[in-house]
Each structure stands twice: as structure tokens, then as C-alpha cells.
Design a protein around this ligand. Sequence first.
Ligand SMILES: Nc1ncnc2c1ncn2[C@@H]1O[C@H](COP(=O)(O)OP(=O)(O)OP(=O)(O)O)[C@@H](O)[C@H]1O
Length: 674
Amino acid sequence: MTGTELDRERAYLAECRAAMRRMLEDARLNVVVGEHVAGDRYSAERLGRHLKSLAKQLGEEPDGPAFFGRLDFGTGEHAGRRYYIGRRHVSAGTGRQPMVIDWRAPVSRVFYRAGARDPQGVTVRRRFGWSREPVALTGFEDEHLGRGGDPGATSRIVAAEIERPRVGPMRDIVATIQPEQDELVRAGLDGSICVQGAPGTGKTAVGLHRAAYLLYTHRQRLERTGVLILGPNQAFLGYISAVLPALGEVDVEQTTVERLLARGPLRGADSEEAAGVKHDARMAAVLRRALYGRVTAPVEPLVVPDGSYRWRVYEEELRDIVAGVLREESPYGVGRERALSRIVSVLRRQAEARGRMIDAAWTRRMGRAVAAHLDAVWPAAQPEEVLAGLLGDPEALAGAAEGILTPREQSAILWARPPRSFRSARWSAADAVLLDEVAGLLERPRGYGHVIVDEAQDLSPMQCRAVARRSEHGSVTVLGDLAQGTAPWAARDWRDHLGHLGKPDAELIALTTGYRVPAAVVEVANRLLAELAVDVPATRSFRADGRLRVRRAAGHGALPAAAADAVRDALGYEGSIAVIAADGALDPLTAELRAAGIEAAGIGDGAAAARVTAVPASLAKGLEYDHVVLVEPAEIAGTGARGLNRLYVALTRAVSRLDVLHARPLPDWFPPPA
Ligand SMILES: Nc1ncnc2c1ncn2[C@@H]1O[C@H](COP(=O)(O)OP(=O)(O)OP(=O)(O)O)[C@@H](O)[C@H]1O
């Protein structure tokens, strides 16, 4: 690499930074002007928010890595052009080619997809190397795609980025998105996709970058309808929370299914059996029957006195109206309103025929009279009252669940002691899902333009339906791994699961190249995968580096000391460290580590800043640490029906080094220690 060429790139960087400062000044000025000129309060707020967020992003970044790539085109539509690609568009002023092009722009696709076999008009693809603290341009690497190049070669800059030690929360991967990932990131908004991705293949990264891409490409549509990201728990959301803001996107809702459905405090608990029944898709039919079972055929005429008149609608006509509305299959609450307004229309026609003056007050009065009559035929309902009426009453449940749930299943979900009123019911997490189902039968919930569901394999069929209700008119990106399913109801087949998610025809794509877990660890994980009875392809590691070490402790009592030793050793390297153990074993283990002078933060308490984190196996999903000390695999494998899947998750969290410590014998599939 010539010094002069690097100097030239540094000079260009200086120009980019100056341009960014100009953009920043303009944005700041526009914030001031925007606050004065916008026509109404709503536009003023929107404009102000947009400009402020732009000013903030630019203000935080004028000295950041302005670009990570460069494309020199020799042929095709862009022949003779040179483009720099970065996280954000850098403008050179009106009417001039941008100094840096946003990674999401159409031409940037070539940066990710061009290869020696298909150069797409590119003669040279340049990747830039940056140091982080301080941020400085340290070098570059060229691929001469136009001359054929070496199709199998891996860029050193890409390899270094993928292998770098992990510290703190998740970071964006814009500079090194791989072609198979880029295809998913840029898939169209109108179709839904499902990514079956082995551990560390970048599913989460793909989902987050896809959100940023879709917002850039379909800004207007998605600003109106919204993008929602669903993750498995708060620890995971905390871990991924910085990625989208770093990509300039701050308006994406990121939450868990539990939070999305929350209607009030959850103070109840279910037996495993009861939760299993409540999360089963058949509950949807039970709830529908319970709710619509309230609608009865009118048996009395409606008679409404009106001054010297009496309007009358006979039961046959009322029955026809109710039956007609039921056939339309609109939500229950909408149906009631429709029946009401149709009956009022009948009254109006009678009144008009008699020359009665009709005004708004008359219509309201008739509406009240019809509503009172309708209460017996199509009663108003609320979710809590409907569900309590079912779980607290064996006869009502038997009526609604007849032929759907077995008597045993019915008794599993019946309340042993029903509360006095539905208002004092102690709802469980599974009840929240049922309440949402009833709420969805009453009224359609707010929908989103696009929903991204991470760790989707763990959603129950009823949770999937809750997501489906919110994406009925939008599309979804479903991310998951059947092998990492640890919930009792975890999916075993994507097609079934996609059916519950309301997108049975979503395109199913498998990712198999792992960018987290080193080859030595992937080999063990693949052996375990063969035991898991799921139909998913094995992982291939991108990384030849990394280390797997297996140590046998002299009995259970010796495990904490062995763990302390392993952590001390790990502290000698750069990066984050996790001690992962079975949930029940973690607290005593952490206490013993502390006694040995090693402080391990809990997963929720500001763990991002700590070097060592104690992670219960049940919460390890989606997270990664540079060095993992995995304590007693047999104990993790022994925790319930999905213990082996939980172990598979725990085994695949390490970026560079995995220490497996055991006192109990290792399972047969575990390779003997080297
Ligand atoms: N193209 C890439 N360039 C650099 N790093 C990458 C790339 N793809 C993935 N990674 C990194 O690999 C790690 C794993 O990615 P991610 O967590 O998205 O995988 P995942 O498929 O969701 O894993 P899991 O199923 O185990 O949760 C992350 O640190 C991510 O930043």
C-alpha cells in the first residue's frame, strides 16, 4: 500500500468531515427555522423532531468513520464513476454527486454483492480499515474484481472485524455484511420471509439491518404504519438496543411479546400443564365459541315509543339482521355496532314513512333504545370478563370447549377458586395471551407495516396469533432456529409456525455460516444438533481461530474453584466473559466466585459495563461473550424436556474461547478432550 494513496484517502476523509460539519450547521439552522415556519403544530413537531435527530446524529459523528468502502466502476451504468460507501449519506451540496453514499442506497448493493465471478461493473472494491480509539483511518485493502481476482479469498479486514473480541452491547455490521445476509436485508417489503439460522449466522444482525433498510427505502409508508421488533427478553433487547440508533433509526419500537400484550399486572401462575393448554392454538376456537356463544337469536320484537308513535321491529327481521352481521365475520364489537345501526335504519325508514322529523338527537335516542334491547341479544363484552366467565365456570368452559379440549385439559385450566369478580382475577402470563386473543375478537388491534420477530421458534401458537393480528396488513421477518427452541411449545416445523403467524407462504431461507462461534466449538454443537430431532442443516464456521477446553473437576464441590480458575485465565485476554450454568446452580456458584475474589454482575444489572457476567442458561439466548465458562453441561441438559436445546444455546455463545467444566460425566456425543 502506498503512503501517498493512503494520504489521498485521508485528505478525502478530511473533506467529508468538513462537509458533514456543513450539513450539521445547516441542520441546526433548519431546526431554528423549522420551529418558526412550519404551518401547524403537528408538522412543526415532526419537522423539528426530524431535524433535531439529524443534527444529533451528525453532531455525534463528524469525526467518526465517514466511509468503509469504495467502488470504482469500469463498465455498465456507472462506468468511470467512483463512490464511497458509508453509514450515512454525506452531501457535497445541491446538484453534486454525494461525497459518501448511504449503505442502503441501490448502488451500495453492489458493494456487498459483487464478486470475482460477477463483478457487476466494478473494477476495484476497496475496504477501509479503521482504529476505534482514537477513530482513525489506518489502511485499505483492494480487490481487483475486474481482473478476475481470487474467488475464494477472504478479506483480512472482514476477517478481523468478524473475529474481533466482543465488549459491551451489539454493534452494527454494515461494513461487512455478507452476500447471503445482504439478500435478506434488502428483500422487498411486500413479501414475508423466515430465516432459519444456525447460531451466530447473523439472524439478529440481519433483522436489525433489514429494519434500517426498509425504513430508508419505504420511509413514508413505514413512518405512517410503523416497524416493530420483538425479542425474547429485556436482557436481549438491552443488548441489541444500540444498533438501530447507530444506523440513524430511532423510531423503531423494540419490545417483547409479553410487553406488547400487557393489559395490567400479572400476579397469577399456571401449572406447566395449564400453560401448555392455554398456549395451544385450539384455545382460539374455544374463545371464539365462548364469545360468539353470547349472541342469541332475538325472541321478542323491539318496540320503541316515540311521542305518539310506537316503532316496531319484529323478531324475524331482527334475526335476519343479526344473522347477516354474523356472516360478515367482522370483529365482535364492530358487529354489535353494525347490528345496532341497521336496526336504527329500520326504525328511521318507518319514521320517515310517517313524515317524522329525523335529526341527530332522534338518532341518538333510538340508538339508546336499540342498545338496551341488543344487550340481551348481542351483549357488550370485555376480554377480562369473557375469560373469567370461562376459567371460573366449569359448565361454561365445557360448553365452549366441547370437542376441542379433553375433560382433563379443561380441568387443568379451570380456576380452583374463582375470584369474586373478574376485576380481582390474578392473571398469569398465559392468560395475557388469551386476553389478547379475546381483545382481538372484539376489535382489531393496531397493525404495523412490518414486524420483525427474533427467536421466533420460542413463540407459542397463541403468541404467534397475537403477532399475526398486528401484521395482518403488513409483512413479517421471522428469525429463529428450531434447534434453539427451549419453550415447552417451541416450534418443530416452520411451515406450521408460519401458519400461526398468518404468513403460511413466507419464503423460508436457511443461513448456515456462523460468524460467532469458532470451528472447534461448532464441531461440538453440530454433534449435539444431531441429537435434537429437528430438521435443520448443520453450521459451518467462518472462523478457524478460537479455542475449546474441557476440564473435569474432582466432584461437584470442586466446580466453583475450577470456574474461578477459568475466569482468572479469561481475564488475561481482551473481551467479555460469561459464566453460564443451570439456573438453579448459578446463585451459589456466583457466591463462591465472589468469595474467591471474582465479582460477576447479574445479567440485568448494567452487565454491559462489567467484564464478567453470570448468565443463567435460560437467559443466554441471543447473547454472546468473548469467553464463556460453561459449568456442568449435564445439569443444563437435565432441566426439563428441552434441556438439550438449552445446552445447545449455552454452547454456542462463545466468540473466541469456550471452557467446559464438568464433574458429572460428559454425554456420549461430546468429543473426548484433546
Ligand atoms: N457479516 C458480518 N460481519 C461481522 N460480524 C458479523 C456478521 N454477521 C454476523 N456477525 C456477528 O456475529 C455475531 C452473531 O450474530 P447474531 O447475534 O446476529 O447471530 P444469530 O444468528 O442471531 O445468533 P443466535 O441464533 O446464536 O442468537 C454477532 O456478533 C454479529 O455482529
